[in-house]
Design a protein around this ligand. Structure first.
Ligand SMILES: CC(C)(COP(=O)(O)OP(=O)(O)OC[C@H]1O[C@@H](n2cnc3c(N)ncnc32)[C@H](O)[C@@H]1OP(=O)(O)O)[C@@H](O)C(=O)NCCC(=O)NCCS
Length: 250
């Protein structure tokens, strides 16, 4: 059973689209009403992750829409600034307690939001990567590459992406991005689940790393510096009629 079929989970009324918009294509950006105050659903000890459709031409429109929903303001009033390494953040004029990050890959995007936290999220599509050991040799630590090498070939692509998304999620959470160096942190896969072993200049114990199982063909990870939090995944139902709270990967 896919993880997003978690029955009995509350569906905030604010996330339900307008009745006359229900026949639009599934997961179309403009088919969703994300206008009410979503902030009340986001508790201080939670991180919300939205799995949404992504169209390159729409750029940050949907990200802004979701942010506007959490800030309870008009989309046009969402002001973003960029950090020194390109990380977008809300301008100080807003409730600066809300931190966010997003990742987009082909038709999918993940948006992570939390209070008083800088989340980092990364998403990749699972596909054959014939040269993945070469890429690992070049960018990963020797221990990570060795761990990939001993895996059966059929398991390598997902393990590679589990490592890659974990590294990117952490580097995005720091705000430094991959220019910091993918080999300046080490991830171990414990029964397929990524665990941070080393991050140059940081205390590993202060970091949280959570794999996100949003769809069978997607590998994703979420990271933040701080105490553990409950992660709630949100996704529109395939008919666009409602939003579901998914069970995060454990
Ligand atoms: C951020 C980065 C990891 C993105 O990786 P990616 O897998 O290609 O893209 P993703 O879809 O996961 O993430 C893209 C989003 O990350 C965010 N982002 C950009 N720079 C970021 C940073 N330094 N930290 C955190 N998030 C960042 C942006 O919102 C961006 O999307 P947008 O511009 O459409 O809003 C990578 O581009 C990076 O490190 N950039 C920093 C600048 C840099 O190092 N440039 C040197 C290139 S050699």
């Amino acid at each position: 059973m896919p993880p997003w079929t978690g029955a009995g989970l509350a569906v905030p009324r604010a996330l339900v689209p307008m009745p006359d918009e229900r026949h639009h294509a599934p997961m179309h950006v403009t088919a969703v009403q994300i206008s009410d105050n979503l902030a009340e659903h986001l508790h201080d000890d939670e991180i919300h992750v939205w799995h949404v459709p992504y169209r390159r031409a729409e750029q940050r429109q949907l990200l802004r829409k979701v942010l506007a929903g959490y800030l309870a303001i008009d989309v046009a009033d969402v002001l973003l600034v960029e950090g020194p390494h390109g990380r977008p953040a809300l301008a100080e004029a807003h409730d600066s307690r809300l931190g966010f990050n997003w990742s987009h890959c082909a038709g999918d995007a993940l948006i992570a939001l939390g209070r008083q936290v800088c989340p980092g999220v990364d998403l990749e599509h699972l596909r054959d990567r014939p040269r993945l050991l070469d890429i690992a040799e070049r960018f990963f630590t020797p221990a990570e590459t060795a761990a990939l090498r001993v895996l059966p070939e059929a398991a390598r692509a997902s393990a590679f992406l589990a490592l890659w998304t974990a590294k990117e999620a952490i580097l995005k959470a720091t705000g430094r991005g991959i220019a910091f160096g993918l080999d300046r942190l080490e991830i171990a896969l414990m029964q397929g689940k990524p665990a941070l072993r080393w991050l140059d200049g940081e205390q590993v114990a202060e970091w949280q790393l959570v794999p996100l199982h949003v769809a069978p063909s997607l590998i994703a990870a979420l990271a933040w510096r701080g105490d553990p939090r409950q992660v709630k995944l949100w996704r529109l139902a395939s008919d666009g009629s409602t939003a579901h709270c998914l069970r995060p990967a454990g």
